[in-house]
Design a protein around this ligand. Structure first.
Ligand SMILES: [Zn+2]
Length: 439
């Protein structure tokens, strides 16, 4: 693998801004206290009650998925009847009211259109409940099943979707794995069980008192009822309630798009079983890498100095005038690989612009090397070189997509194409876990 590099100057382009989440410990503590006290009041301060607590004992639990934090603006509509109970009145909302626009006015959340007007002030939590299970609410153009919670607090507005786990999975599986080929079916079954396991883990270990799980790659991607995927529906129905567990304990399990041929060691997985902590394992069967079918198996990305400098500006909150100055007067960017894992994935890099040092590690490496649109580098598994005859461009030659831990999703597809069942796919990637019927 290649080493260090220095590239030259390029042109200006303005950066995009980042948004940061706010975590308020006082609110969290209050949520926990309210939960302990078993309190839940409509129209006043509370947190969405823990889904595990509200689930039937032997039945399917509900999960609280976060749709937005620090909400500033959104649109909201309904398909079928939703009930909103406030202290002063009970409202029935359906498609006839059209689209409501949500916006912030000071610390109040306003939901309005020319027919309806709701003013929600902090601290207040309101719940929109469907009158029938087939009804949907449309939040920012995405249809969702189940309940919608707006939690308006001094620190911002959190939007939560609470719904049964199996229904939740309909919005996860088609976004985690391709579901358009019958030949992928066994891999889709494996993904359904892996996604359910992750959801149950999060129910037992919620992100905070307001919700259990995030709806992006920080946990797992959830997009409501946006995509109808019959193969995913079949897989979810056929594996209902089945999860992976380690002697009745539900661990946090991992999966990722494409390992590129080398899976990282994590507890319970292929690599841990084969070689011990800190090690890796080859995603190999029949002398062939399982994820070779992935579009991310190997890739080449090109970045300009300018793009990287603006990424540095965003990540390290540099003065944009400094970056403009670097670009106008010319500067040198050095990149050094400080540490690679045994697998070959880069763990730490040190970037230097003139006399300033920027150490970057983990996922941040992928953000620093994002493209102009902010799309992060597919993985940390790469080497780089400058463009021939010029110092203007950086060529990144890499393998895989995602962190490389746990099940390789395209590897699962590769194994399915080689005739393996979902049981043997899960057994391959998670040899230390077994399947159990959770409900
Ligand atoms: Zn793989």
């Amino acid at each position: 693998m290649m080493n260090d590099l220095c590239i030259g100057r390029a042109m200006n382009r303005p950066p995009k801004s980042f948004r940061n989440g706010v975590r308020n410990w006082a609110v969290l503590l209050r949520g926990i206290l309210l939960l302990l006290a078993g309190k839940m009041l409509l129209g006043c301060a509370s947190s969405v009650p823990s889904a595990m607590e509200t689930a039937g004992k032997e039945g399917e639990p509900n999960i609280r998925a976060c749709l937005a934090e620090n909400l500033a603006a959104a649109t909201l509509g309904f398909e079928g009847v939703y009930i909103l109970e406030l202290e002063e009145a009970r409202y029935q909302l359906d498609q006839s009211i059209g689209t409501l626009n949500a916006s912030l006015r000071g610390k109040e959340l306003i939901l309005k259109n020319d027919r309806r007007y709701f003013e929600l002030s902090a601290p207040q939590t309101v719940v929109f409940k469907p009158s029938a299970s087939g009804n949907r609410f449309i939040f920012n153009d995405i249809p969702y099943a189940g309940e919608l919670w707006f939690q308006v607090e001094e620190q911002g507005v959190t939007v939560v979707n609470k719904l049964p786990v199996e229904t939740y999975l309909l919005g996860v599986v088609p976004f985690e794995i391709p579901t358009n080929q019958h030949e992928y079916q066994e891999a889709i079954y494996a993904q359904a069980i892996a996604a359910r396991t992750y959801a149950i883990y999060r129910l037992q270990n919620p992100v905070n008192s307001r919700y259990d799980i995030r709806s992006d790659v920080q946990d797992q991607v959830y997009q409501g009822m946006l995509k109808k995927a019959p193969l995913a529906e079949d897989a979810i129905t056929a594996t209902r309630g089945i999860i992976l567990a380690n002697s009745s304990r539900v661990d946090k399990i991992f999966f990722h798009s494409t390992c590129g041929g080398v899976v990282e060691a994590t507890p319970d997985t292929l690599a841990a079983a084969s070689a011990g902590s800190g090690a890796f394992a080859y995603d190999l069967s029949d002398n062939d890498y399982n994820c070779k079918v992935s579009p991310y198996y190997r890739w080449v990305e090109v970045r300009t100095l300018e793009t990287i400098l603006w990424n540095l500006q965003k990540e390290f909150r540099l003065d944009s005038l400094l970056v403009r100055d670097w670009l106008e007067t010319g500067c040198k960017l050095d990149i050094q690989i400080a540490k690679r894992r045994q697998s070959g994935r880069i763990e730490e890099m040190i970037m230097r612009v003139e006399d300033q040092l920027f150490p970057v590690s983990g996922f941040r490496i992928r953000r620093i090397l994002a493209d102009q649109t902010g799309k992060v580098l597919p993985s940390n598994f790469f080497f780089f070189t400058e463009s021939p005859g010029s110092w203007e461009k950086l060529y990144l030659i890499g393998a895989g997509a995602g962190h490389g831990e746990g099940m390789c999703q395209w590897g699962a597809i590769g194994l399915a194409l080689k005739g393996n069942s979902y049981k043997s796919i899960l057994g391959f990637y998670y040899p230390n876990l077994s399947m159990v019927k959770f409900y």
